[in-house]
Ligand binder design. Structure first.
Ligand SMILES: [Zn+2]
Length: 274
């Protein structure tokens, strides 16, 4: 056997580069569950917990198809109660690269519609962000009622926010992820429904050691949007958009093509003429 043959046999036996590396993990978190029903539809008899799970399941299916190398983990795969802290712990234990909490919005007047993405911040960016954080943090209220206040008036929530804010890199990446989500959802649902990116102190994003966002895919209590969000067609469109946003976030940025000197000169000359 020649040296060439030996090299060829070795190359065929060895696994391709990257196969031995641990797969990247994406954690999808369907909001609410069990006794925590979430918001309720007005013109459609469905609770947020059920739709959030449907969206998370579909997003997981699309993600697995689009990025087979990624491991997708759901914080819950059935109708069961989970605290917000448990969800964070699961994401950290899985060493996730990305965390996306999926919810459906609602408001007192039942007239608002559209989708928005939220990231963690010590202070709410506006009234709307504060309202959504209060709605999604309900589980914390129940938990902290039984707890003694921490000495010096600094509750555990503040300290966990402070520790989270130390992860500046993760925060910047969360902003980038939120932008990808909003861009993909705008493609799927239209500009008119884009409510933008907001910040507030969401319990489910506190203490995460990876970039994380909370997405409100639409208003479950809106007269028209609520029933729409309950259809498989819209669920598929939104879930595909969420998967696309995650894929975009995990994919390396496109390499800048090198411009040849002669082309560069020509471009400069053309720019001067303008
Ligand atoms: Zn929710």
């Amino acid at each position: 056997m020649t040296l060439r043959h030996i090299i060829l046999v070795l190359a065929l036996c060895l696994p391709p580069a990257g196969v031995l590396a641990a797969p990247r993990v994406v954690v999808l978190d369907p909001g609410h569950g069990g006794t925590n029903l979430g918001a309720r539809g007005q013109t459609v008899d469905v609770y947020e917990k059920k739709l959030a799970l449907a969206y998370a399941n579909l997003t997981a299916t699309y993600l697995r198809r689009m990025m087979p190398s990624v491991k997708v983990v759901l914080t819950r795969t059935r109708d069961r109660y989970l605290t917000l802290t448990q969800r964070v712990r699961m994401a950290n234990a899985a060493k996730a690269a990305v965390f996306v909490s999926i919810h459906l919005n609602a408001c007192e007047t039942h007239i608002q519609k559209g989708f928005g993405t939220f990231i963690l911040s010590r202070q709410a960016s506006d009234k709307e962000a504060a309202r959504v954080a209060m709605k999604e943090n309900d589980a914390r209220k129940v938990r902290t009622q039984a707890r003694k206040p921490a000495p010096g008036g600094r509750g555990p929530t503040v300290s966990s926010i402070m520790s989270n804010l130390r992860h500046v890199g993760a925060h910047t990446a969360s902003v980038r992820l939120a932008a990808s989500v909003q861009k993909a959802l705008t493609r799927a649902r239209g500009k008119a429904l884009n409510r933008g990116i907001r910040q507030a102190s969401f319990d489910v994003l506190m203490g995460l050691s990876m970039p994380g966002v909370l997405v409100e895919v639409g208003f479950i209590d809106h007269r028209k949007e609520g029933p729409e969000l309950n259809t498989l067609k819209v669920q598929k469109a939104i879930s595909l958009a969420l998967a696309q946003a995650i894929v975009e976030h995990l994919s390396p940025p496109p390499r800048r093509t090198r411009v040849r000197p002669r082309v560069r000169k020509r471009r400069r000359r053309a720019a001067r003429k303008k």
